[in-house]
Design a protein around this ligand. Sequence first.
Ligand code: ADP
Length: 161
Amino acid sequence: MKKAIYPGSFDPVTNGHMDMIYRASKIVDELVVGVLNNSAKNSLFSVEERVSMLEEMTCGIENVTVSSFDGLMVDYMDEIGATIVVRGLRAVTDFEYELQIAQTNHKVNPRIDTIFLTTSLEYSYLSSTIVKEFASYGGDISNFVPERFIHDIYAKYNINK
Ligand code: ADP
């Protein structure tokens, strides 16, 4: 049984994240989307809101579940019995950081391996940070995030769209 975690902030979930989830769910037996509950990081959406958004988006995918975690990911993986980490590589800039985390995690727990999926071309530019930046100025985010959440994102900036 190949159980994997796809960790991230998902603040908010983007079409790029969803593309990764669909693709990863076809590779592993079980995929847990792990929402990082990082209190030091100022997030736009609460961890509960982020989990709920992802649950809504993944309810149709049989082998995908969503949960939040804090502390060390390797400890959380032990807890849930996952040995694979799924991460996305958008550009060369992602690589160095991702390589460091993957190697550190493997060193800490040699049973853990990381698999990288390269971004689908149409989402290679997309990040939650860009979405927030755009939305905060009332820019059009309809191509970036699931339609269902567009209004909620603008609402966080008191923009009525
Ligand atoms: P972001 O960088 O958008 O704030 P997260 O911190 O939530 O995203 O990232 C979670 C994971 O999703 C990371 O592995 C990241 O590389 C991947 N990811 C983020 N955006 C995309 C995208 N557009 N296409 C593919 N993978 C992505």
